[in-house]
Design a protein around this ligand. Structure first.
Ligand SMILES: [Zn+2]
Length: 345
């Protein structure tokens, strides 16, 4: 059996649209008919070569989506053919099958435990979560990376409390998810920082209390004017090291927490004044929101199903697979928040 797929053959070149042969399923692997995939900045970094040398070329891409289980390999226990599933890079229960190869003519194409830029994908059982009824497959495609990263960062990493003041740097797919989570956590001040006025407008529409364009003013100074003493929590989702430093500078001393979610380009270094830490501020990293999928995903699904977490802001015209390079460009330029690839087109 073959599948259409978009694969990365050379760094900083467009993805190649082609057909690859699907291998026989091994123990713990699942063949999924991918219905929707989202495009995340991670794939832009990978495709543009901004994560450094890539020893896996050529390889498949994509790590969040939704689909239907087509066939299960030996020893798969958590899903069966016909199940609707969330496809996520985050490891949940079940067998972990890290990598595999497809055939591309005479050559082989590497793949990780999950890929989503293809009509069919072989995915490790532990990267699939059953999709509860009542959630659209388009919304489900956000539940593999953008939503759990944002919600997990606020609830698991920052442990935000009602009344906390928070600053969010970078209002892309993750930044917006952080903002939605900050609202769910009943933060009393939610300050959005970006360089794109359109994104700041979206942030205000979605419940930010203040917006700062860091091209026009120094965000640390403005945040300190808005919240004397500093904010309780600041999160960088921009991937820019300046913003990471500003996130640390704008949190309050003695207990303020700065968290880095954004991925900086390979080789970039973060320079901070250690005195910031001497003041009792904490600088944390997070592994995609530190989620335990079997504990947290059902909670996130309930929030979507009950209407408390409305994902309609992520809606945009879907791209067919053949236009995936345009989707990457539109994400990179900030034109689209979280491109949706409809694999049925
Ligand atoms: Zn992602």
């Amino acid at each position: 059996m073959k599948t259409a797929a978009a694969i990365l053959v050379e760094l900083d070149r467009p993805l190649v649209l082609t057909e690859i042969d699907i291998p026989k399923l091994k123990s713990g692997q699942v063949l999924v008919k991918v219905l929707y995939s989202r495009v995340c900045h991670t794939q832009v970094l990978e495709a543009r070569g901004r994560r450094g040398a890539d020893r896996f070329l050529p390889h498949c891409l994509g790590h969040e989506g939704s689909g239907i289980v087509e066939e299960v390999g030996p020893e798969v226990q958590n899903v069966c053919a016909g199940d609707e599933v969330i496809l996520s890079w985050m490891k949940g229960p079940g067998k972990d099958v890290p990598g595999m190869q497809y055939l591309w003519g005479e050559k082989s194409v590497n793949s990780g435990a999950i890929t989503t830029f293809s009509r069919y994908a072989v995915i490790s059982e532990n990267r699939l979560m059953l999709l509860p009824k009542g959630i659209s497959l388009q919304d489900a495609s956000l539940l593999g990376c953008a939503i759990p990263t944002g919600l997990g960062t606020i609830f698991n990493t920052a442990k935000a409390q009602a009344g906390n003041k928070i600053a969010i740097f970078g209002i892309g797919g993750i930044g917006l998810s952080l903002l939605l989570a900050a609202r769910l956590a009943e933060c009393s001040k939610i300050i959005a920082v970006d360089i794109n006025p359109d994104k700041l407008e979206v942030a205000m529409k979605m419940g930010a209390t203040n917006a700062i364009n860091s091209l026009d003013s120094d965000p640390v100074q403005v945040i300190r004017e808005l919240c004397p003493g500093g904010v309780d929590i600041a999160v960088d989702a921009s991937g820019h090291t300046d913003a990471m430093r500003q996130a640390l500078e704008c949190v309050r001393s003695q207990g303020g927490t700065a968290i880095i979610v954004g991925n900086a380009a390979h080789g970039k270094k973060l320079e901070i004044d250690p005195w910031q830490l001497n003041q009792g501020k904490r600088l944390l990293g997070t592994w995609g929101g530190d989620n335990v999928p079997e504990r947290d995903f059902p909670r996130y699904c309930n929030l979507v199903r009950s209407g408390k977490l409305n994902l309609s802001i992520y809606a945009s015209a879907p791209y067919p697979l053949k236009d995936i390079n345009q989707a990457l460009l539109d994400l990179e330029s900030g034109k689209v928040l979280r491109p949706l690839i409809d694999l049925s087109l």
